[in-house]
Design a protein around this ligand. Structure first.
Ligand SMILES: [Zn+2]
Length: 59
C-alpha cells in the first residue's frame, strides 16, 4: 500500500503486516500511529503558515 513520506514527501510504503511506514528514499521507518501523528502535525503547521501569510497580506 502506498503512503506519502512525512520526511521527504516522496512515495513511501505502508507495510500492513508490520504496521509500519517505510521510505526507501530517505530510509524513514516509523510505526503507523507515529506516521499519523506526524501527518497531523504537518497539516497543522501548513495551516498555520497559510493563516499567517494570509494575515500579512491584509485580507
Ligand atoms: Zn522519505
Amino acid at each position: 500500500m502506498d503512503a506519502k513520506c512525512v520526511n521527504c514527501n516522496m512515495r513511501a510504503e505502508f507495510n500492513i503486516e508490520e504496521n509500519k511506514i517505510t521510505c526507501k528514499r530517505c530510509k524513514l521507518e516509523i510505526d503507523y500511529d507515529d506516521y499519523i501523528e506526524q501527518m497531523k502535525e504537518k497539516a497543522a503547521t501548513l495551516a498555520d503558515d497559510f493563516q499567517s501569510s494570509w494575515n500579512r497580506r491584509g485580507f
